[in-house]
Design a protein around this ligand. Sequence first.
Ligand SMILES: Cc1ncc(COP(=O)(O)OP(=O)(O)O)c(N)n1
Ligand SMILES: Cc1nc(C(=O)O)sc1CCOP(=O)(O)O
Ligand SMILES: [Mg+2]
Length: 308
Amino acid sequence: MSLIRDLADQIIQAHRSNDLCIPIPAFSINSPPPRIDNEAAADHYELAGALAAIEMGFIESDAKVLGKAWSRMTLHDGGFDPFKWPSRPEQFDLLPWTRNMNPNAFKECPKRLGLYGVMPDADWVKRMVDAEIPTVQLRFKSEDRYKIRRQIKESVKAVESSKTLLFINDYWEEAIDAEAYGVHLGQEDLETADLEKIRGAGLRLGLSTHGYSELVIADRFCPSYIAMGAIFPTNLKKMPTAPQGLGRLYQYAKLMSHYPLVAIGGIDQDSIHAVSKSGVGSVAVVRAITQAKDPKAAVKHLQELMQA
Ligand SMILES: Cc1ncc(COP(=O)(O)OP(=O)(O)O)c(N)n1
Ligand SMILES: Cc1nc(C(=O)O)sc1CCOP(=O)(O)O
Ligand SMILES: [Mg+2]
């Protein structure tokens, strides 16, 4: 057996039972089998870490990031220990400075945003303010700019003179015009949004991530918070990657603990306590509130479970 195969097997064996493994995604023309690049790798540990990650069900881009982190951890520790797992920012090339020292950092938001309701329209935002939820997002999807502006204005008005913090999903220009507290963007929005404008206007920025490689990308933008999903299956939208599960969430939360963190995706009253225990300061939900018999009571109950 080759050395790399042996090291990879040791990593897989050591972490088999801690919920980091998920089934390997099915390969197709659009999603071809992963390539682990022998030539670019620094050493056996990088190759073994990447190979183990692929077999634990990580997508190719995450496996590459993990391989590098395994190599750096092993070099730094002066030896290979399969029972460890990379979880230090420098192993992942995260920014070496704190937000205070970073001129490009987005405006700070509370480390613990608490229960975070992601709501489909302004009427739901109003209901959340009435329920005294700490953080709410307007996730209104439309092509109609007039409707979008109206929904955002109504939402901003709804949180006025309340303690609820309002983030606007997607429509950053309208959010700036309406002087919202912050915007939430997905990774694909980073290619088109004018981040300078959002930062210059003093709005907070939340960014979505779905694994190690997206966490590393998000860190480059020094956003106000980082959202990590989908933790569990959700039918609210088509997800490009499999649910991450609690094991991975716990590792992501450890690695990114210097950021305000939000967990999202399929979280309900049965799982919210375990999700909070990961160290994230906020848990975002849609259906756990919108499909509850009594949404206001659900907000209260979910907050109690987070703190229990
Ligand atoms: C708190 C939070 N996390 C993640 C998302 C997803 O945002 P995005 O990737 O932009 O996808 P859409 O919500 O636009 O479908 C979110 N909205 N909120
Ligand atoms: C809007 C959204 N974004 C996700 C992500 O992982 O980026 S998961 C998600 C839906 C969350 O809805 P529910 O709480 O009903 O599962
Ligand atoms: Mg979006």
